[in-house]
Design a protein around this ligand. Structure first.
Ligand SMILES: Cc1cc2nc3c(=O)[nH]c(=O)nc-3n(C[C@H](O)[C@H](O)[C@H](O)COP(=O)(O)OP(=O)(O)OC[C@H]3O[C@@H](n4cnc5c(N)ncnc54)[C@H](O)[C@@H]3O)c2cc1C
Length: 476
């Protein structure tokens, strides 16, 4: 049994240092961003790639990598086992001035990479809705951004990965062992620990985005507009007012954007063309009472948000405001109190677009308030067997835990999504059942075959993997 248990209140604050081999690691209570199902594991902080190997070869109670803890559920937890906190694998190499290719440690955050790159006019190729994601976490979830319809997910921009597995170290890429590479992309850490990767950055002339904002009064109009901007803009995203009902069901705000050229940035902005994102974020005191988040307060907020965002073509917005508005508040996840919150994110193809308005109706009927909702387009799917994107639509909904009907409503939605050939995103999941998971990810046995090859003893596991039986042979 561990001697000392320390709670990790915010996933980004560190535990004791000390490299693997020198110290056994602290027992810590770890949770995901939604703070719903914390468990205790021994946390080790390897300070070099080589230091990852000892726990991988000797750990009998399971082992999993952890980045910045921004997955919502239990993906970066391993109850009773070892969690490898990768934040000390933090080297960033020179960015190739011609190609933008850079070697980065798995523990480097997208925030840091972006700051380093921006000085010379390079931006990260795919950005999730927060910069506080590690390179290892971006690869393990094969994260997508607002440009999936144009550029695919993160691993399409990765040319090689150093992967430490119980069976040895592998240098993999789309050409060198594509099977292991694509299983690692979206494999939620279950094929090994990524220690570094080679990533291609995107050339930009400024840190500013040219944004076309459009207000749409109902879901049909919003979705049609999102489809339209697939062809005209690299980035697109819509905020949906999940409180609006009747003829206004699914009204929302579309932002379609491209990087602004240097010549478009004038006045005071031109003086700091490559201005980095703000260093500091505000901190939220965890004092919001539980009753404060209910359908009425959320509807009032949504009404105000909808009104304050009239249609406005071609305005400039700093990239931090466009890509990462939530990063302005460091720990906004604490406002949901001790019970935490879930994010339900699913993807369906174009033929099943009606699942988007149906989901909004079902949650309204069940009186489950949605605090944040994001609707995006997906382009062609990515090659990984556990890849999340399906060409078509993805809707992500933040849902405070509490409403009595929440569990059954989400279970009903799982069934609707699965029978539409869609799936729920593992990086956001904290509650899916095994039956639904297997229905949603039909290439699971392909993934498991790769896991057996690199980890025959089944050392790599996580709370997510145990809950969903990801590594348990589903073919037998
Ligand atoms: C506000 C917010 C917005 C978000 N927006 C998006 C979005 O737009 N698109 C999107 O795709 N995702 C989004 N996410 C989810 C997030 O990008 C993913 O969950 C990502 O994996 C988190 O990275 P992390 O470093 O925090 O990893 P963790 O949460 O610590 O771990 C996530 C998974 O990665 C594995 N992992 C971590 N490091 C390594 C490593 N070195 N080697 C092997 N496996 C590793 C873990 O085992 C775990 O399975 C968002 C999350 C938040 C909180």
């Amino acid at each position: 049994m561990p001697e000392r248990v320390a709670v990790d209140p915010a996933p980004t604050t560190g535990a004791g240092r000390g490299s693997v081999g020198e110290r056994p690691g602290d027992a810590r209570l770890l949770a995901g961003w939604g703070r719903t199902s914390p468990t205790i594991a021994r946390v080790l902080e390897p300070d070099s790639a080589a230091a990852v190997d000892a726990p991988l070869s000797g750990e009998r109670r399971g082992c999993i990598a952890r980045g910045l803890g921004r997955s919502y559920g239990d993906a970066a937890q391993c109850a009773g086992g070892v969690v490898l906190d990768t934040r000390r694998l933090d080297a960033i190499g020179e960015i190739d001035a011609e190609t933008g290719v850079v070697d980065v440690g798995a523990g480097v955050s997208l925030d840091r990479l972006l700051r380093v790159g921006l000085r010379d006019g390079w931006f990260i190729p795919v950005s999730p809705g927060t910069r506080q994601v590690s390179i290892g976490g971006a690869i393990a979830a094969d994260v997508h951004g607002k440009n999936h319809h144009r550029d695919g997910s993160f691993c399409r921009h990765v040319s090689s990965i150093t992967l430490h597995t119980p069976g040895g170290v592998h240098e993999v890429g789309p050409e060198a062992d594509p099977e292991l590479f694509w299983a690692t992309a979206g494999g939620m850490g279950l094929t090994g620990v990524v220690t570094s990767a080679r990533v291609a950055m995107r050339r930009v002339e400024s840190a500013w985005m040219r944004v076309d904002t459009e207000q749409h009064g109902d879901i049909d109009s919003l979705m049609t507009a999102l489809e339209r901007v697939d062809a005209s803009h690299r980035y697109s995203v819509a905020w949906v007012d999940c409180s609006a009902s009747g003829r206004q069901l699914g009204r929302g705000i579309l932002d379609a954007a491209d990087h602004a050229a240097a010549s478009e940035v004038t006045g005071r902005r031109a003086a700091r063309l490559l201005r980095p994102p703000p260093e500091r974020a505000l901190s939220v005191p965890p004092i919001v009472p539980r009753w404060a988040i209910n359908p009425l307060t959320v509807a009032a907020f949504n009404e105000a948000w909808f009104r304050k965002s009239p249609s406005r073509p071609g305005h400039l917005r700093h990239l931090s405001g466009f890509f990462h508005p939530l990063d302005a508040l460091a720990n906004w996840n604490v406002v949901f109190g001790r019970r935490g919150f879930l994010q339900y994110q699913f993807a369906v193809d174009d033929a099943h677009r009606e699942l988007v308005p149906r989901t909004l109706e079902l949650l309204q009927r069940a009186r489950c308030p949605v605090t944040i909702s994001v609707l995006k387009r997906f382009g062609p799917g990515d090659p990984g067997p556990l890849s999340f994107p399906i060409p078509g639509w993805t809707l992500a909904l933040d849902l405070p835990v509490g409403p009595p009907a929440l569990r059954d409503t989400l279970r009903g939605l799982d069934e609707a999504v699965a029978s539409a050939g869609g799936r729920v995103y593992l990086a956001k999941d904290a509650r899916l059942g095994r039956d639904m998971f297997q229905a949603m990810y039909p290439r699971l046995s392909e993934f498991q075959a790769v896991c057996r090859r690199v980890d025959p003893e089944g050392v790599l596991t996580s709370d997510l993997a145990r809950r969903l039986g990801i590594c348990e042979d589903s073919s037998s």
